[in-house]
Design a protein around this ligand. Structure first.
Ligand SMILES: Cc1cc2nc3c(=O)[nH]c(=O)nc-3n(C[C@H](O)[C@H](O)[C@H](O)COP(=O)(O)OP(=O)(O)OC[C@H]3O[C@@H](n4cnc5c(N)ncnc54)[C@H](O)[C@@H]3O)c2cc1C
Length: 163
């Protein structure tokens, strides 16, 4: 964001994400820098991306292909929303899936996709996991409220395997 001494750039002009939340995130960091306050640098590993279509399509971090291209040993897991209890209750319009991308060597999620009636909302927990490198083992041992759409995340965790 530091273009030259005394000039900062934030938002679309930086070419990072092209989202309102990206501009807001960068604004806070730039203001902190301008005021000389300490704090972490910008971290783009867990930028959420949501397309407000029907169903909503949310994703965070690396896609499976991007992770493989970076040389990550990938394990992926997928669960279909209609196969979950909440998907069955929802009936029409329950199309969707949760896909997880794990760095198998480190045992952490590096990316995730959440498609469904509340795909953008379900994405939040996945963004927390990617941003904070929550161990997959810890995620597996969580309790997922029944019958929320988030239970498809538990199903996708159970599906994580080498491809
Ligand atoms: C149709 C559409 C839908 C979108 N939906 C979403 C969404 O759902 N969620 C999301 O996160 N993002 C969405 N975005 C992206 C989001 O709008 C941008 O990422 C965000 O607005 C970027 O903020 P910015 O401050 O960088 O630029 P902008 O918001 O574009 O602000 C730049 C400002 O600079 C002004 N300006 C330009 N040139 C000059 C000049 N020479 N002198 C003075 N002023 C100038 C412009 O008029 C504008 O007001 C959408 C974008 C579009 C086009």
């Amino acid at each position: 964001m530091r273009v030259e001494p005394g000039v900062w750039g934030i938002g679309d002009v930086t070419g990072r994400g092209l989202f309102t939340h990206m501009a807001m995130y960068q604004a806070e960091i730039a203001v902190r820098d301008i005021l000389g306050r300490p704090g972490p640098d910008a971290d783009y590993r867990a930028v959420p991306r949501v397309t407000f279509s029907d169903p909503e399509v949310g994703s965070v971090g690396l896609t499976e292909r991007a992770a493989r291209d970076l040389g990550v040993r990938v394990r992926s897991g997928t669960a279909l929303v209609p196969a979950s209890a909440r998907g069955w209750i929802h009936k029409a319009g329950n199309d969707g899936l949760v896909k997880l991308v794990e760095d198998a060597d480190r045992g952490v999620l590096v990316g995730a996709t959440s498609v469904g009636p509340t795909g953008g909302e379900v994405l939040f927990g996945l963004a927390v996991a990617v941003a904070n490198e929550v161990p997959v083992e810890g995620l597996r041992n969580m309790v997922f409220a029944y019958p929320t759409f988030r239970r498809a995340v538990a199903d996708a965790l159970a599906d994580l395997g080498d491809d």
